[in-house]
Design a protein around this ligand. Structure first.
Ligand code: NAD
Ligand code: GLY
Length: 357
C-alpha cells in the first residue's frame, strides 16, 4: 500500500512517497538520486529510539554510510546554536557536495536539518523522512526551512526544496494522540482552502481517521500533499497563492507566541486561528454562519480547541508585529469565502480585537 505525489518544479521536481513500511524501503527509494555514500541523518532522541534501527538497516543495505546526529526534542532545536552543532556534525561525518542530509522526525527536526542542508557548502541534497502527521501533510513539503530568532519564529530561513520526501504511515502509530490531532488541524485546513469534497470526507470519517486507520490516513496524506504540491508548483516563493496555506496561521502564531509556545502546540494554535478567521469572515458576511459551524464542529470532533483565549491588545500587537504577515499596521489574513475557497485580505487590528477580548 503506497502512493506518490510529484511536486513539479522543473529540474528541482521531487516525489513525496507515502505508504506503510516505507522507512524500511528508504534506501531503495532514494537510490535513483545517486547521492554520495556518507550522509547525515538528523533526528531527536524520541524518534531515533523508535525508528533509527530500521532506517539505518535500509540505508546500509543499499550502500549508504549514514551518520546519526541528534538534536533536542522540542522547538528549542530550531536555533542557530543547534544549526552550528549540525555544521560540526557535517564536518565530522565528511559531508561533501553530492552527499545528503536526511531529517528523520517531525517539523522541528525537518526545519532545522533543512536549514543546515540549505546552507552547508551553499546547499546540499536534503531528504525529508517525516514522522508526525503535521510534517507528513505540511512541514516536509514545499521547501520552507528555518530556525527561530529569540524574538520570533522562523525568522531565519530559506526556500530550499527537498530532493525527496518519504512519509511512512507506520510511524504515526507511536505518535501521541495530541500530536495526531495537531496534524489533523492542518488536514482540515486543506479542506477549507482548496477542496470542499475533501472537507466532507473528513466530516464523514474523522472518528475512523483518529483511530489510525492506515487506508484512510494514506488517502488523507496523499490528498493534502497533492493540494500543497499544486500550490507550491504555482507559487514556490509565496508571492501570492501560496499564502493561502497560512489560513489559521496569522492569529495562530499569535496564540502560540502569547502562550509561550507551551499552552498550545502548532496545530492547536492553527485550529484557534481558523476559528478566529471564520468568525471574522462571518462578521464581514463573506462566509456563511452554517459553514463556520461545520468547521468548528469538525475541529471539536477532532479534539482540537475552539474557544478563543482572551488576549490583551498589547500582547496581540507585540506578537503580530514580529509576524511576517503585517503590512503597514494591518494584518494580511486568509479568510474563508466558502468551504473549499479562501481569499487573502488586509484586516485592521480593530477588527480583530473584538474576536479575542
Ligand atoms: P515536532 O517536530 O516537535 O514533533 C512533535 C513531537 O512528536 C515531538 O516531541 C517529537 O519528538 C514527537 N514525535 C515525532 N514523531 C514521532 C513518532 N512517530 N512517534 C512518537 N513521537 C514522535 O512537531 P511537529 O508538529 O511535527 O512540527 C512543528 C514544527 O513544524 C514547528 O516548528 C513549525 O514551525 C514547523 N512547521 C513548518 C512548516 C514548513 O512548511 N516548513 C509547516 C508547518 C509547521
Ligand atoms: N506551511 C505553509 C507553507 O508551506 O507555505
Amino acid at each position: 500500500m503506497a502512493g506518490r505525489v510529484k511536486v513539479n518544479l522543473g529540474d528541482r521536481s521531487y516525489y513525496i512517497h507515502c505508504g506503510v513500511g516505507l522507512l524500511a524501503e528508504a534506501g531503495r527509494l532514494l537510490k535513483p538520486l545517486k547521492l554520495a555514500a556518507p550522509c547525515l541523518v538528523v533526528s531527536n532522541p524520541t524518534v531515533a529510539e523508535l525508528y533509527w534501527p530500521q532506517l539505518e538497516q535500509s540505508l546500509r543495505e543499499e550502500g549508504w554510510q549514514p551518520h546519526l546526529t541528534l538534536v533536542p526534542d522540542g522547538e528549542e532545536a530550531k536555533s542557530l546554536k543547534v544549526a552550528a552543532e549540525l555544521y560540526d556534525a557535517c564536518l565530522a561525518a565528511g559531508i561533501e557536495r553530492g552527499a545528503a542530509i536526511m531529517a528523520l522526525g517531525g517539523g522541528v527536526t525537518g526545519d532545522v536539518a533543512g536549514f543546515v542542508a540549505a546552507t552547508w557548502l551553499r546547499g546540499i541534497a536534503f531528504i525529508q523522512l517525516p514522522t508526525t502527521l503535521l510534517a507528513q501533510v505540511d512541514a516536509s513539503v514545499g521547501g520552507k526551512v528555518a530556525v527561530n530568532h529569540p524574538r520570533g519564529k522562523n525568522l531565519i530561513g530559506a526556500f530550499y526544496q527537498p530532493a525527496a520526501v518519504i512519509a511512512d504511515l507506520d510511524t504515526l502509530a507511536t505518535l501521541p494522540p495530541r500530536e495526531m490531532r495537531a496534524g489533523l488541524a492542518e488536514v482540515i485546513k486543506y479542506g477549507v482552502i482548496a477542496d470542499a469534497a475533501f472537507f466532507e470526507y473528513l466530516e464523514e470519517n474523522i472518528e475512523k481517521i483518529l483511530t489510525g486507520d492506515r487506508e484512510l490516513l494514506e488517502r488523507v496524506v496523499l490528498r493534502c500533499c497533492a493540494i500543497k504540491a499544486e500550490i507550491v508548483a504555482a507559487d514556490e516563493r509565496e508571492n501570492d497563492l501560496r499564502a493561502i496555506l497560512n489560513f489559521g496561521h496569522s492569529l495562530g502564531h499569535a496564540f502560540e507566541a502569547v502562550g509561550g509556545y507551551s499552552t498550545y502546540n502548532h496545530g492547536e494554535a492553527v485550529a484557534l486561528g481558523m476559528v478566529a478567521a471564520a468568525r471574522l469572515a462571518v462578521r464581514r458576511s463573506s462566509f456563511s454562519p452554517q459553514e463556520s459551524v461545520r468547521l468548528v464542529n469538525l475541529l471539536q470532533r477532532t479534539g482540537l480547541p475552539v474557544d478563543l483565549p482572551p488576549l490583551k491588545a498589547q500582547a496581540l500587537l507585540a506578537a503580530l508585529e514580529l509576524d511576517k504577515k503585517m503590512r503597514h499596521g494591518r494584518l494580511r489574513m486568509v479568510i474563508p469565502e466558502r468551504l473549499g475557497q479562501v481569499k487573502i485580505t488586509l484586516v485592521a487590528l480593530e477588527e480583530i480585537l473584538p474576536l479575542i477580548s
